[in-house]
Write a protein that binds this ligand. Structure first.
Ligand SMILES: [Zn+2]
Ligand SMILES: [Zn+2]
Length: 365
């Protein structure tokens, strides 16, 4: 397939790669749960404010795995998906003045409207537009980045930062938002429940802030080993005997000051509530399945003076901070990406995720 040159009448210019049809653009489509197709497609010309990005890296994410397993309420199938990406600007729409063809870009897949009830109150993470207008289709050769994202949540990737690490902007923004609420202190002991990619990103961010001790409680020997290698001061296998006592003994026997729940399972939420020390904070980071509930013992809540926090998504200021953290090199967050596959092997990526054989996989077109 050769793409026709854009011409000047549309007011857009297109990179030579696209014009010459050097690549034969493909896009992964989730046709139904468990079934992927790699289809030829013709990337749309960007409209006003939009950018067409040539994808250099897309990262696998737990949300994608959920959609692959059983669908996603916001992504009616057949659906192009993949929302953690970085790349090179291939074409810019009219009115884009902050990016030019050939620029390396990293972006979050969402951006708030800036003027609704929530945005006016600084809670842009709750802006309805953020979820409704999510940029999807990172598992492809090209992705169209919407004007709202280009204007508010897209950044020039520094050349020192690799495309893989740059694609961590979205998950890192979620972590930053949660930790802005949790406000970890240097003298504290934090317990992270769950040894998946998010649990480990939290550990990295906690250690970058100088938190005294970051402990991971999780399951699976391989994952716990990765958690230790990637920065946890200590790991606790919840399936081994004595896990409860090991958590209780933290912090000189007072228990963790801060617990960050990253499993998205009610059992994890219950554990987080039960294990935090008196006067401590719990961050319910992992969203649970629909129609689940948590029952909270009021006596414990009140007399133990607990603070329960439930961060959702992120605000532009969190994306900016995540960008700065990634650029600073202090996190070494790229180490979490422990497998690489080509776009044509995307189905294998999901089988690996299913087996927990990888934390995050870089999908390279
Ligand atoms: Zn994600
Ligand atoms: Zn809004």
């Amino acid at each position: 397939m050769t793409l026709r040159a854009a011409g000047t009448e549309s007011g857009v210019s297109r990179s030579r790669d696209v014009e010459a049809g050097v690549v034969r653009p493909r896009q992964a489509v989730l046709v139904e749960p468990g079934r992927l197709e790699l289809r030829d497609f013709t990337p749309a010309h960007p409209g006003p404010g939009e950018v067409l990005l040539q994808v250099k890296c897309a990262l696998s994410c737990g949300t994608d795995l959920k959609a692959w397993r059983r669908g996603h309420p916001m992504w009616p199938m057949p659906a192009a998906f993949g929302h953690e990406f970085s790349g090179v600007v291939a074409e810019v729409g009219p009115g884009v003045d902050n990016f030019r063809i050939g620029d390396e870009m990293m972006a979050a897949p969402t951006a708030p409207c800036g003027h609704c009830f929530y945005c006016e109150r600084g809670q842009e993470n709750l802006c309805p537009q953020a979820m409704e207008k999510m940029v999807l289709g990172g598992y492809a050769d090209f992705i169209l980045v919407g004007a709202h994202v280009v204007a508010r949540n897209a950044f020039h990737k520094p050349s020192a930062l690799g495309f893989e690490e740059a694609a961590l902007l979205e998950p890192m923004a979620c972590v930053v938002h949660a930790q802005e609420m949790a406000r970890p202190e240097k003298f504290e002991t934090a317990l992270v429940i769950g040894a998946g990619a998010f649990g480990i990103l939290h550990v990295m961010a906690l250690k970058a802030q100088g938190v005294r001790e970051a402990v991971v409680a999780g399951r699976g020997a391989q994952r716990l080993q990765w958690a230790g290698e990637l920065g946890a001061d200590r790991v606790i296998d919840v399936d081994a005997g004595g896990a409860e006592a090991a958590v209780a003994s933290l912090n000189g026997g007072y228990g963790p000051d801060l617990v960050i729940e990253c499993t998205g399972q009610v059992a994890g939420w219950r554990d987080a509530f039960a294990r935090v020390r008196r006067g401590g904070r719990v961050v319910f980071f992992g969203g649970c399945p629909v129609n689940t509930a948590l029952s909270v013992e009021t006596r414990r809540m009140h007399y133990d003076n607990l603070t329960l926090l439930a961060p959702f998504h992120f605000r532009p200021r969190d994306v900016r901070k995540a960008f700065e953290l990634l650029c600073s090199g202090r996190l070494g967050a790229g180490r979490i990406i422990n497998a690489r596959r080509s776009l044509s092997d995307l189905a294998e990526v999901f089988r690996m995720l299913e087996r927990s054989a990888v934390l995050k996989c870089a999908v390279i077109p």
